[in-house]
Write a protein that binds this ligand. Structure first.
Ligand SMILES: [Zn+2]
Length: 352
């Protein structure tokens, strides 16, 4: 066999390998798979115009940005989960809430889960948080020092409840907690805030004066360690499916709240009939999500995390450039965050 022929074969083999690779990656992109695996494996967002696609519990996110792990008035918890990504307006909202709450006297936010880099279902926890418009904020005030990354993984949040009752512990709950919820509910782009029914009841029993904001504060299971901020669908997201609007004239302190204090919401699920073993629940597949989500999985990633972190690179500018977004904060503010030592703590201060 001549060298010429050999090299031709070599070239053909190479081309063939390249084609095979293309075919593999193309079919990989189209292959159906559990959506939580496809999205749970994403390390970086899709570089694209910010867009929430689908519903809070069935969708994905393009153009997400990260909240820095530390800010002047916040610290992000559970960093290993890589869930500090959101729609740029959500990240801007958290920055604004942290700043304005600090002015109210709250020592700073401990930020829990927002979304995965490209949103979507998660391998663990949360049915929602899929489109970059949900964020959990701890009800534990931020301590007066930077937590180590180990602490951020392991420190437990403080329950607001008295023992295993449905009622708030008056030794833990403070007016500062109520002020924080009021501040968060006051933003027009915030549509709902989920709290434990005991917290809702506490607000119903104690808030005086303006109660208009309380319509947005909705009782829900869990949410006694943290509250959950849900934003409405934002401009530029035609595929974002809105939730039913709330009745702004109802503070939610009537029959809807009373239901939570009956046995019904807390009854264990009926045991399955022994003759019929329960079918294993089929996971949500990529094909169950809006078709745009498969495309978003394939969008290019940014060159670095800094490029897509609020206040750094272009991400902060992008967020600030959105109409009605919070004012831009200089990148320097993130470089050397000042612990909020001078801000009074709520009294009594929950242990942390
Ligand atoms: Zn949540």
């Amino acid at each position: 066999m001549s060298a010429k022929r050999l090299s031709r074969i070599g070239l053909a083999a190479l081309l063939c390998a390249a084609t095979a690779l293309e075919v593999t990656s193309a079919s990989h992109a189209l292959a159906d798979q559990p959506a939580k695996q496809a999205f749970g494996g994403q390390k970086l967002p899709a570089v694209a115009q910010p867009e929430s696609v689908g519903f809070y519990s069935k969708g994905c996110l393009a153009g997400g940005i990260a909240i820095p792990v530390d800010g002047p008035n916040w610290q992000v918890m559970r960093l290993s989960r890589n869930r500090r990504w959101g729609h740029p307006r959500m990240i801007a909202l958290l920055e604004r809430l942290s700043r304005e709450a600090a002015q109210d006297g709250w020592p700073g936010l401990l930020v829990g889960d927002i979304s995965q880099p490209r949103g979507g279902p998660m391998l663990t926890g949360h049915a929602s948080h899929q489109i970059g418009l949900d964020a959990d904020v701890w009800l534990t005030p931020m301590p007066n020092r930077r937590l180590t990354s180990e602490e951020r993984e392991n420190v437990s949040a403080i329950s607001m409840l008295k023992g295993d009752s449905l009622y708030v512990d008056p030794n833990i709950w403070t007016p500062a907690h109520a002020a924080l919820l009021k501040r968060a509910a006051g933003y027009p782009e915030v549509e709902r805030i989920f709290v434990h029914p005991g917290i809702k009841k506490k607000l119903c029993d104690t808030v005086t004066g303006d109660r208009g904001w309380m319509a947005k504060v909705r009782p829900y299971w869990g949410h006694h360690y943290h509250f959950h901020i849900r934003m409405s669908c934002q401009p530029g997201s035609p595929g974002c499916k809105p939730q039913e609007p709330i009745n702004r004239n109802d503070d939610g302190c009537g029959a809807a709240l009373a239901w939570w204090f009956t046995d019904e919401p807390w009854k264990p699920a009926k045991p399955a009939k022994p003759a019929k073993p329960p079918k294993p629940k089929k996971p949500m597949m990529l094909s169950d999500l809006p078709p745009a989500c498969a495309r978003i999985l394939n969008e290019p990633a940014p060159a670095s995390i800094a490029d897509v972190t609020f206040g750094l690179g272009n991400a902060g500018t992008a967020a600030a450039a959105l109409p009605d977004a919070a004012p831009a904060v200089p990148a320097a503010a993130f470089a050397a965050p000042t612990p909020p030592a001078s801000i009074p703590l709520p009294v009594p201060r929950p242990r942390n």
